[in-house]
Design a protein. Structure first.
Ligand SMILES: Nc1ncnc2c1ncn2[C@@H]1O[C@H](COP(=O)(O)OP(=O)(O)OP(=O)(O)O)[C@@H](O)[C@H]1O
Ligand SMILES: Cc1ncc(COP(=O)(O)O)c(N)n1
Length: 264
């Protein structure tokens, strides 16, 4: 039987933790065939982003067209877009295609990957088109234009008012419990808590989570169920990499594939 086919529209991370590398590894680990349209090429490692080459919207569109015209893509996810014109390519994906958007505005190492014009493009064009948006709290506040005093649930509801369901992620290396807030397509809020993994080797968790969420949604799972499954996938990856000492900066979440029967 054919595997589910998933498309990521995202940037590359030369360190292999985030972006396209994380997405394709996650798709593969979940049994999906991954395809990609690269938006930007970053020179990046665990310590930060050194340089970015942005690809043209025409070339991103050409990659998307090549994939969609040939393969039966069941779900798409978008990560780093980098430019307003590329946001337009994502907003113009075929209307029936489920789309998970991880708004990459800033990396965990602190690099800013979206200017104000791109934030406006997310708000005006990408969020109204997407099925689910998966910001962390800082990204959600910036997208909603919300101040630091506004409660997370109100910020999530403000994003939902633009069109999509929302998973406001609450990863925290120091918390016993991580709290992700889901606002489903009917505007109902669900707080989904799960045990925190005590590790700062978490570079790439947001990309990994949204890629896993996309695959589970494409399998027809309701958003809270798919969120639980994606949380479990990320937590298992964090447990695998918790003892690693890779790189001089923020350690990375595991993308090694461990067949379930061999997992310890
Ligand atoms: N230490 C942790 N233990 C357990 N789960 C975690 C941990 N850190 C993050 N997660 C989970 O990973 C998923 C992604 O959340 P996170 O808040 O890290 O996204 P993010 O800030 O967008 O990540 P990134 O900075 O990589 O883009 C969420 O389900 C979150 O609960
Ligand atoms: C190409 C690319 N896409 C996304 C991220 C965000 O990931 P993180 O917040 O873990 O740095 C990144 N650093 N690089």
């Amino acid at each position: 039987m054919n595997p589910l086919v998933a498309l990521t529209v995202a940037g590359t991370d030369s360190g292999g933790a985030a972006g396209v590398a994380a997405d394709l590894a996650t798709f593969a680990a979940l049994g999906a065939h991954g395809t990609c349209a690269v938006t930007a090429v970053t020179a990046q490692d665990t310590t930060g982003v050194r340089a970015v080459v942005q690809l043209s919207a025409d070339h991103v569109q050409a990659q998307v067209d090549a994939v969609l015209n040939d393969l039966p893509v069941a779900v798409a996810k978008a990560g780093m877009l980098g430019a307003v014109a590329v946001a337009g390519v994502v907003a113009d994906l075929p209307p029936g295609l489920p789309l998970v958007v991880d708004p990459v505005l800033r990396t965990s190492s602190g690099a800013v990957l979206a200017d104000d014009a791109l934030v406006t493009a997310y708000r005006d064009h990408v969020l109204p088109r997407c099925t689910v948006v998966t910001p962390n709290l800082a990204e959600a506040r910036r997208l909603a234009g919300a101040g630091s005093e506004e409660p997370p649930v109100d910020v999530a509801l403000a994003l939902h008012a633009l069109g999509p369901a929302v998973v406001l992620t609450g990863g925290d290396p120091e918390a016993d419990w991580c709290r992700d807030l889901v606002v489903d397509d009917r505007g109902r809020a669900h707080v989904l808590e799960h045990a925190g993994v005590p590790t700062t080797n978490d570079h790439g968790t947001g990309c990994t989570f949204s890629a896993a969420l996309a695959v589970h949604l494409a399998r027809g799972e309701p958003l809270p169920t798919a969120t639980r499954a994606a949380q479990a996938f990320v937590a298992a990856a964090l447990r695998r990499s918790a003892g690693w000492r890779l790189g001089r900066g923020r350690g990375l979440v595991a993308h090694t594939f461990v067949p379930p029967t061999q997992e310890v």
